[in-house]
Design a protein around this ligand. Structure first.
Ligand code: MN
Length: 284
């Protein structure tokens, strides 16, 4: 087996809407790909038409996993049932560990202009599903940028080949979350834990993943990678992509909407707890 990561699938995502009518493109948690353990969902939203996003995501609960919001353009206000509130700005990240449960809203803080970003759901192992909720929130300026000839890496989580570490830490899935800008005809090389799930999402341009075969991935495509300790990517055009990787938990997954547990009984319990108000309620 080669130690080089190879592309196993390329996904173009499915147009859908969620929340109160936010248009988005769903890549993971879609008919194309149910999940990529430990990743439960990946949505990309990108529109300069307020009708596509203005309705936002009114109050809703989460239990048993983490939501990661990364904004490329625009502003999003979040507010939870425990009184925690803030605005995610362009280039900022919110890594929210829902744990035993929060109820929150996520609403665009703009009435016009481009809103673009991603939401990733990362599972928690059984031992941490009922932990206390926790936020790791980063202003754009707090995310380290590693620059080399033709390469710029915004390091949100994980460690680059040159030792730059992301500020998001203590996450069960031991994630890598990089936003990589790669100039045409340059190369990006990154070691990865060989057995961790990994994918790249091309935000702009066109890249090639060099594994056993060479596979080209274009804008708005997600490439699922196989196992292997090394990743090699080159850019045809000036390109930008996300590299996301994490440890699979290989546990049973019972999911229903905003709750992701190990068993059906735990899902039923989540509904009972939510209905009885133990998540706290907002916006009522
Ligand atoms: Mn949410």
């Amino acid at each position: 087996m080669s130690s080089l990561r190879n592309v196993t699938r390329i996904l173009s995502g499915i147009e859908t809407s969620d929340g109160a009518g936010v248009s988005l493109r769903r890549y993971i948690a879609s008919p194309q790909l149910d999940m990529l353990d430990p990743f439960l969902l990946l949505d990309m939203f990108s529109s300069d038409n307020p009708d596509d996003y203005i309705a936002g995501f009114p109050p809703h609960p989460h239990r048993g996993f983490e939501t990661v919001t990364y904004l490329l353009h625009g502003r999003m206000r979040h507010k939870d049932s425990a009184g925690h509130e803030g605005v995610i700005r362009s280039g900022g990240v919110q890594w929210m560990t829902a744990g035993r449960g929060i109820e929150h809203s996520e609403m665009p803080e703009q009435e016009q202009g481009l809103l673009q970003g991603f939401q990733l759901w990362v599972n928690l192992p059984a031992s941490q599903k009922m932990m206390a909720p926790r936020y790791q929130e980063l202003e754009p300026e707090q995310i380290p940028i590693e620059k080399n000839e033709g390469i710029q890496i915004r390091v949100i989580a994980g460690e680059t080949a040159r030792g730059t570490r992301g500020p998001v830490t203590q996450i069960a899935a031991q994630p890598v979350y990089f936003d990589v800008t790669l100039a045409a005809n340059h190369r990006f090389e990154q070691p990865l834990a060989a057995n961790h799930a990994a994918f790249v999402f091309v935000i702009d341009g066109e890249i090639t993943v060099h594994g056993i075969t060479a596979n080209t991935v274009i804008k708005n495509q997600l490439a699922v990678l196989d196992s292997g300790a090394e990743l090699k990517i080159s850019a045809h055009d000036d390109s930008r992509f996300l590299l996301i990787a994490g440890q699979p938990f290989q546990e049973p997954v019972a999911r229903y909407g905003p709750f992701v547990m190990n068993t059906r009984e735990e899902i039923d319990q989540a509904f009972r707890d939510y209905r009885s108000g133990s998540f706290g309620q907002i916006g009522a």
